[in-house]
Design a protein. Structure first.
Length: 270
């Protein structure tokens, strides 16, 4: 992001807090753990590998531009190398879509961890559900893609109540992403998302996990470039939202190496 855009983003954040008076949407902490991309500079660029079909191209373009309004990071769309199975590659996030089957999930963000550092990630959009009448809508495609990319940056949800008022961020669960409930629709990040990213990346690391030549995972996790599409292969479900629309799975390989999966369920789990 150039200096003008960074100044604009900062102004948006300040203006947002002035308007809402530090309401609950602005005070919540929605980082997930202390997981982040290691980098040695105050700002960084994360590559998004584009493995998407033509129907998804515009949604990735919008999501990438929206997340790049952050004052600490840019996302750069590059040619994908993941194939249909969406295999992960070190130092970047691969973004994919396919008919992954009637396995209950609409979208997934998978993140590989070494210690506290994200080393690679994937985003999968399940066309088996996006081709149905319920989800074959621009608003659902934009929100879910935006949310899953947000998870690969280190963000969790701001809210997981499916029937609550929309908070004006794609990191909020909802029954209707396009609905505006005073704070806007849920198609894009909001000011608090950018503030949370600034908090997550407020320190510098002594190394980087953003280079494809730097594979920080050294054990069994390096062999798990794709955990498959069946929840039975994802490890332990360590969290599920009250309404059953969101889950987090963890596969622990030991020595600080893990793979997390943030799951957006099309069919809520009880």
């Amino acid at each position: 992001m150039n200096p003008t855009h960074r100044a604009w983003a900062a102004a948006v954040i300040i203006g947002f807090f002035s308007i809402v008076g530090f309401a609950s949407v602005a005070s919540a902490d929605h980082a997930w753990g202390n997981y982040h991309w290691a980098r040695t500079t105050p700002t960084f660029t994360l590559k998004l590998g584009n493995n998407l079909s033509s129907v998804w191209q515009s949604y990735l373009t919008v999501a990438s531009a929206d997340w790049s309004l952050s004052g600490v990071l840019d996302t750069n769309i590059v040619a994908g190398s993941a194939g249909r199975n969406c295999k992960a590659a070190a130092g970047r996030v691969e973004v994919c879509n396919a008919k992954y089957g009637q396995n209950g999930w609409l979208g997934i963000a998978s993140v590989w961890i070494s210690g506290s550092h994200i080393t690679q990630g994937t985003v999968k959009m399940n066309d088996t559900y996006f081709n149905t009448a319920t989800y074959n809508k621009a608003s659902w495609r934009q929100m879910v893609l935006c949310q899953e990319v947000g998870h690969t940056l280190g963000l969790d949800h701001q809210d997981e109540g499916h029937s609550n008022s929309n908070l004006g961020t794609c990191m909020d669960y909802t029954s209707d992403p396009a609905r505006s409930d005073g704070l806007g629709n849920n198609l894009k990040p909001n000011a608090h998302d950018y503030e949370q990213l600034a908090t997550i990346y407020s320190h510098l690391d002594t190394t980087t996990t953003l280079a494809q030549s730097t594979a920080m995972l050294k054990g069994r996790a390096t062999l798990e470039a794709d955990l498959g599409d069946d929840p039975a292969t994802w490890g332990a479900e360590i969290r599920r939202s009250k309404g059953g629309h969101a889950s987090v799975f963890e596969k622990d390989f030991g020595n600080g190496e893990k793979i997390f999966r943030h799951v957006f369920w099309a069919e809520p789990k009880k």
